[in-house]
Write a protein that binds this ligand. Structure first.
Ligand code: KIV
Length: 262
């Protein structure tokens, strides 16, 4: 059984755990606890302070993913295709192949439904494993981020798009910022797993941006739960280091290279 089928088989049996990583060190810490490690284009806002993920380039995604690859040993590794890299079949295939071959990831993720369905089908036909992404689509969003699924028209559109993505052959779909009963309906209507972020615990799995959940990225978003305050831990360590340097306590002999008899 291949790794995608193994993931799909978790549906209705055990929850799928997924987190983001942008570097080897973070990837190697989280890998053991995850089913999927995503190199998300959220790195644009989280690491580079960009206003939008639209500024993230293919080169950036590839370099970060190469680093992440070094830390991911057991999880599925998925890489976001950045904005403007899948405008048509030809570009999408060329760029997806580049991502897959340079980073050795397992799959790519594309944002959108009906508008890009033929591109997704084309990638899958050409043996590129694809993860879908519906609901709030940061690459397309221009105004204020708000949850999806308030009105019937929007609810039906997202539900139909989930079915379209399943038919196209994606192995899983991220549902971002989707109203609870809609996330539940989508999850029950398709046979592939849904991975929620701000989309209730009815989804088959959950994903969060790791920097958010550990408290490294100071965001205040309803769907993020902070499980630690890494900033405080770093501050303590750095403050101790700074005192030691100023009081000439660091480096001491233990941390210095000394030749005896000189
Ligand atoms: O870019 C990202 O990190 C994502 C997740 C938030 C799902 O797409």
């Amino acid at each position: 059984m291949n790794k995608f089928q193994k993931l799909i088989n978790k549906k209705n049996k055990s929850k799928i755990v997924s987190l983001t990583a942008y570097s080897k060190n973070m990837a190697s810490v989280i890998d053991n606890y995850c089913d999927i490690v995503l190199v998300g284009d959220s790195l644009g806002s989280v690491l580079y302070n960009y206003y939008s993920t639209r500024s993230v380039t293919l080169g950036m995604m590839i370099e970060h993913s190469k680093s992440v690859r070094l830390g991911v040993k057991k999880s599925l590794m998925v890489v976001d295709m950045p904005f403007n890299t899948y405008r048509n079949n030809k570009d999408a295939l060329k760029n997806a192949k580049k991502i897959m071959s340079k980073t050795k990831c397992d799959a790519v993720k594309l944002e959108g439904g009906r508008k890009i369905i033929n591109i997704i089908k084309f990638l899958i036909k050409n043996k590129i494993p694809v993860m879908g992404h519906l609901g709030l689509l940061p690459q397309s969003e221009t105004g204020r981020f708000r949850f999806k699924g308030k009105k019937n028209l929007e609810r039906n559109k997202i539900l139909n798009e989930a079915k379209l993505l399943e038919e196209a052959g994606v192995f899983s779909i991220v549902l971002e910022c989707i109203e609870t009963s809609l996330a539940k309906l989508i999850t029950r209507s398709i046979k592939i797993p849904t991975i929620g972020i701000g989309a209730s615990n009815y989804c088959d799995g959950q994903i969060l941006v790791t920097d958010d959940l550990v408290g490294l990225n100071p965001v205040k978003v309803k769907f993020v739960k902070k499980y630690s305050n890494i900033q405080q831990i770093i501050k303590k360590a750095v403050s101790k280091f700074s005192k030691d340097v100023r009081m000439k306590k660091f480096p001491n002999k233990k941390h210095s290279y000394i030749i005896k008899n000189i």
